[in-house]
Design a protein around this ligand. Structure first.
Ligand code: X8Z
Ligand code: ZN
Length: 612
């Protein structure tokens, strides 16, 4: 590890030494920049492959040994990248002069935001890598036990919450499941998180950022301040749609569980939305269906009745991608992926997609169950894998999304075409909604997924930006969390959550694993933008929600052209490849998609006191 840290410094000294050239030190040349980028590509590739191998080993088999190996690989990568970023500073005078080859310049820009940097101290770097690997592992292993000594993992507790719309659902039991998870994982992570924040900030300061939040906001081909403005402006545009949905949902929940449980005019209790984080409300659909008795819009009953297993579900999703002209997944995908929760070892069940070797070594890791939600998540994960598949021959710094929201949006874009008509075509629905009433059912179902998600997608990083900047200190972590959830989502916990030792943000995987979250908010906007553009490419006319791009190589072509770019161009350029003429993230496609539902909701909400 120490040697790796020294190597780039030696290289830098050699390259700038007056002995090595007659030029004064620090006058770096374009040729040196090109050589630097080439070497960085080789070294990063080696370190990242080692890191993803160790991470894969850990996440599919959590033991003290695999955790330690993942931390060591993380520490090595962090250390190297930090000194490389510092070395690369001498090329800064060459940026934006037109003297550098565009690919060299782009790689230098991307290097600065390519990974968590290390603090200026080997011991602290080790501690940072350990706390990061440790939080992720604790989250994966966690079990919450009730008073009778029955212990459940996150999947089992979330499943209890998902029964909210079933006839005998007991709010007290739902609240207990919610509380058990939050109390257990929160208490485990509470002492780790402040340590992590301090060390991670030291790392980002070592390369010139004020804090980790500023570093994260620097990855969008605009200034961090411009990004923040863009982010908030997007939310302001979609907020009225969310508010209409919230109003209608609260009223129906109030009718179902009574005013005492769901007070009129106030936030909705967080345990009554069918999901541990209230980020996906689709399990409420039976309570909210605009026109009951219509054909179902989810494939769960058919998946169960037809005995679908995990592999068959993944094969079905793969067919969607190949129908657009993409290649089948490589044989190694089927050999190396983890599709179901294994017996006898601890794993991270939270779904993810990998190219472990940065060389088309595609895999997914999921604990698949035969239900509609997991079928959609499989499309999401394969979206990541197909992005990898289109750019794996590029320099390693280009092997990422045009921005991180793009990466999250690809599979979801395809999943927007998993319409009732498509499900009928593949034998997973008997009949499809044909009239406006059926369409409203379909739109409601999707809104409970996409529209309900928006404020949650926004707030996770709003909270982390405050935490990393120091605006919110450790004593206020949970209080600030609930302030944001109340203000943006209109959701509240039952009872006080500010007692010492609780840490509710830690109940979410991405906080424990330090995965940025703004990407999912952006992806929710972008996927409708992509969908609108691809539907146009396919020649679809008529309302957006009736379009499916299944089986359309005409839609596949611009999508694939964008995927191939990876991060080699600013995201604005990548966007205009898939959506000619568009260079901004724009919620108008999402708003148009849900416009009929918005009109219906607003009629339903007449005379109601909306808001919270
Ligand atoms: O984490 C994910 C994916 C893996 S990138 C399953 N998602 C977010 C979440 O679960 O919170 C997809 C939707 C949002
Ligand atoms: Zn994802």
């Amino acid at each position: 590890m120490v040697l790796r840290r020294i190597a780039p410094i030696l290289l830098a000294l050699l390259l700038t030494s007056p002995i090595a050239s007659a030029r004064p030190p620090n006058k770096a040349t374009p040729k040196e920049a090109a050589a630097f980028v080439k070497k960085a590509d080789a070294e990063l590739r080696r370190l990242w492959v080692a890191q993803s191998k160790a991470d894969w080993a850990k996440q599919t088999n959590i033991t003290p040994e695999t955790e330690a190996a993942a931390a060591a690989a993380g520490s090595a990568a962090m250390t190297w990248i930090t000194s490389a970023i510092k070395d690369a500073r001498r090329f800064e005078p060459l940026l934006k002069t037109g003297k550098l080859a565009p690919d060299v310049e782009r790689q230098l820009v991307l290097l600065r935001v390519a990974g968590q940097p290390a603090p200026d101290d080997a011991q602290k770097t080790k501690a940072l890598a350990e706390v990061m690997a440790g939080m992720d592992a604790e989250f994966g292993k966690a079990k919450a036990c009730d008073a009778e000594g029955t212990c459940r993992d996150l999947g089992e507790l979330d499943e209890i919450l998902s029964t909210v719309a079933s006839p005998g659902a007991d709010p007290a039991a739902l609240e207990a499941a919610w509380r058990q998870w939050h109390d257990t994982i929160g208490r485990t992570l509470a002492p780790m998180y402040p340590r992590f924040v301090a060390l991670a900030n030291e790392g980002s300061r070592a390369i010139g950022y004020r804090d980790v939040g500023e570093m994260w906001r620097s990855g969008y081909d605009m200034t961090p301040a411009e990004f923040e403005t863009t982010y908030r402006a997007l939310w302001e545009q979609v907020k009225p749609l969310y508010a209409s949905l919230h109003c209608y949902v609260r009223r129906r929940l109030s009718e179902r569980f009574g005013d005492a449980v769901v007070p009129k005019g106030g936030p909705i209790p967080a345990h009554l939305l069918g999901n541990m984080w209230a980020q996906d409300w689709t399990y409420l659909f039976p309570l909210l269906e605009p026109f009951p008795g219509r054909p179902r819009v989810d494939a769960t009953p058919a998946l169960v009745a037809q005995g679908y297993d995990a592999v068959r579900m993944v094969k079905l999703a793969e067919t969607f991608f190949t129908s657009l002209g993409m290649d089948p997944l490589p044989a190694t995908f089927w050999e190396r992926s983890m599709f179901v929760k294994p017996e006898g070892r601890e794993v991270v069940c939270h779904a993810s997609a990998w190219d472990v070797e940065y060389a088309n070594d595609l895999r997914i890791k999921m604990c698949i169950e035969p239900n509609h939600s997991d079928l959609i998540t499989i499309h999401h994960e394969l979206g990541h894998d197909y992005y990898y598949n289109h750019y794996y021959t590029a320099p390693v710094l280009f092997q990422t999304g045009a921005n991180d929201g793009f990466h999250e949006a690809i599979g979801d874009t395809l999943a927007l075409s998993v319409t009732p008509a498509y499900l009928k075509q593949v034998g997973l629905l008997d009949s499809v909604p044909v009239d406006d009433e059926g369409a409203l059912n379909q739109l409601m179902y999707l809104a409970l997924d996409k529209v309900a998600f928006l404020p949650w997608g926004l707030l996770v990083d709003q909270w982390r930006w405050d935490v990393f900047s120091g605006r919110t200190g450790p004593a206020d972590y949970t209080a600030r969390w609930w302030e944001l959830r109340r203000e943006l989502q209109g959701v509240a916990p039952s009872g006080d959550r500010t007692a010492a030792g609780l840490f509710d943000p830690g109940a979410k995987y991405h906080v424990a694993s330090n995965t940025p979250y703004a990407r999912y908010f952006l992806a929710t906007i972008l996927q409708f933008q992509f969908h609108r553009a691809l539907c146009k490419a396919r020649g679809h006319t008529g309302p957006l929600h009736t379009c499916s791009i299944y089986g359309s190589p005409e839609a596949g072509k611009p999508l694939r052209d964008m995927l191939r770019l990876g991060a080699s161009r600013p995201w604005q350029d990548a966007l205009s490849v898939v959506a000619p003429g568009e260079r901004a993230m724009d919620p108008s496609a999402l708003l148009a998609y849900f416009a009929p539902l918005k009109a219906w909701l607003d009629t339903q909400n007449e005379g109601q006191r909306c808001g919270w």
